[in-house]
Write a protein that binds this ligand. Structure first.
Ligand code: NAI
Length: 334
C-alpha cells in the first residue's frame, strides 16, 4: 500500500537528515508519496509567514508527517514554528523514548525510559510582556483539561506498551498553583489505572537521579518546559541528540520528528547524524502498519551502532551523513 505523508524538511541539518531518512525508508520497501511543504525563514521569503496555511492543511489531510527541525530566532523575530505547529494542530502529546539499546554511551546501560511531554501550554503559550523598564514577564499557563489529557495519554501509553510505572515530574513545592494543578490532575487520572504504579518526583531531583541511576525510570509525564529540558538530558545519557526520536500526537494526527534542533553549527557539512530522524521514521512506519519495514530499519540501526565502524563525529566516528546512510541501506538490502 502506498502512503501519503507530509514532509517538512525544515532548515539547518533538516534537509540532510530528511534526505537520508527518505532513502532508508525506500530501501526498507515502504512506498510513500511525499507531500513536501516549507516552514521557517524560507517560507517567510516566499509566503510572508513562517508557518503557511498549506503546511497545516497538508498535515490535516494526510494525518501523518515527518518533520525536520526548524530554526527559531533567539530573543527576537518570529515565534517558534515548532510550538505554533503543535498548538495549531493540537498535537498535545510529545513522546520521546530514550533507550540505551539505540545508544552509543558506555556509561549507561539498560536505560529504557519514555518521556511524555505536554505540548500545548506552560510557558510556551507566548504570553510575554515588558512590564516596566528592566522587568519582563512570561506567563505559565496550566489547565485541568490539558493536564488530565496528557496524564491519560501517559497511562494509556503505559498500558499499551506493558510499562509498569508512570511518574509525574513537577515543581509543585514552589509553583503550588500551576504545578499543583498538574499534579492533582495526574493523581485523579492515576486512580483509574490501578494496574499501573503511579509515582511523583520533583524536577530537580529527577535531573540528578537521571544522571546517577537512569535505569529506575519508566514512563515519565511532565509539563512542556520540564519535558523540553529533561528529554535533552535523557538524550545525553544514551549518546546525544543525534540518537533520540520523537512523535507529536494529536487526536488523529501524528508528526514524527527528532528531539534535536537545526544544529546550525554543522549544517551543510554532511556530518549530521540522521539516526534520530531515522528512528522517528521507524516509529512512523509502525504507526502506518508497516511493521516489517520498521523491523528492517531497526535491525540495521542496531547493527550499525554495534559495529561502530561508520559513526558520524557526534558519536565519536568520522563517517559522513551519506556514508552512514549507505551502510544502513546496504544492511537493509542485505
Ligand atoms: P540543536 O539540537 O540544534 O543542537 C545542539 C547541539 O547538538 C549542537 O552542537 C549540534 O551540532 C548537536 N546536534 C544536534 N543534532 C545533531 C545531529 N543530528 N547530529 C549531530 N549533532 C547534532 O539545539 P540548539 O543549538 O539549541 O538549537 C538550534 C536551533 O534549532 C534553534 O533555532 C532552535 O530553536 C531550533 N530547535 C528546533 C527544534 C525543532 O524543530 N523541533 C527542536 C530544538 C531546537
Amino acid at each position: 500500500m502506498k502512503h501519503r505523508v507530509t514532509l517538512l524538511p525544515g532548515d539547518g541539518i533538516g534537509p540532510e537528515v530528511c534526505q537520508a531518512t527518505r532513502q532508508v525508508i525506500e530501501a526498507a520497501g515502504t512506498e510513500i508519496e511525499w507531500e513536501i511543504v516549507e516552514a521557517g525563514t524560507e517560507a517567510i521569503k516566499k509566503y510572508g509567514t513562517p508557518l503557511p496555511e498549506q503546511v497545516l492543511e497538508s498535515i490535516k489531510q494526510n494525518k501523518v508527517a515527518l518533520k525536520g527541525p526548524v530554526t527559531t530566532p533567539v530573543g527576537e523575530g518570529f515565534q517558534s514554528v515548532n510550538v505554533a505547529l503543535r498548538k495549531q494542530l493540537n498535537l498535545f502529546a510529545n513522546v520521546r523514548p530514550i533507550n540505551s539499546k539505540y545508544g552509543i554511551s558506555e556509561r549507561y546501560l539498560n536505560v529504557d525510559m519514555v518521556i511524555v511531554r505536554e505540548n500545548t501550554e506552560d510557558v510556551y503559550s507566548g504570553l510575554e510582556q515588558d512590564i516596566a523598564p528592566g522587568v519582563a514577564q512570561t506567563l505559565k499557563i496550566i489547565t485541568r483539561t490539558a493536564s488530565e489529557r496528557i496524564a491519560r495519554f501517559a497511562f494509556e501509553y503505559a498500558r499499551k506498551y506493558q510499562r509498569k510505572t508512570v511518574q509525574a515530574v513537577h515543581k509543585a513545592n514552589i509553583m503550588k498553583k500551576s504545578d499543583g494543578l498538574f499534579l492533582q490532575c495526574c493523581r485523579t487520572v492515576a486512580a483509574n489505572y490501578p494496574d499501573i504504579q503511579y509515582k511523583e518526583i520533583i524536577v530537580d531531583n529527577c535531573a540528578m537521579q537521571m544522571v546517577m541511576r537512569p535505569q529506575q525510570f519508566d514512563v515519565m509525564v511532565m509539563t512542556n518546559l520540564y519535558g523540553d529540558i529533561i528529554s535533552d538530558l535523557g538524550a545525553g545519557l544514551v549518546g546525544g541528540l543525534g540518537l533520540v526520536p520523537g512523535v507529536n500526537y494529536g487526536e488523529d494526527l501524528a508528526v514524527f520528528e527528532a528531539v534535536h534542533g537545526s544544529a546550525p553549527d554543522i549544517a551543510g557539512k554532511n556530518i549530521a547524524n540522521p539516526l534520530a530522524l531515522i528512528l522517528s521514521a521507524e516509529l512512523m512506519l509502525r504507526y502506518l502498519g508497516e511493521e516489517t519495514a520498521a523491523n528492517h530499519l531497526k535491525h540495521a540501526v542496531i547493527v550499525l551502532l554495534t559495529e561502530r565502524q561508520h559513526l558520524t563525529p557526534d558519536m565519536g566516528g568520522t563517517a559522513t551523513t551519506n556514508e552512514l546512510t549507505e551502510v544502513l541501506i546496504r544492511e537493509i538490502l542485505h
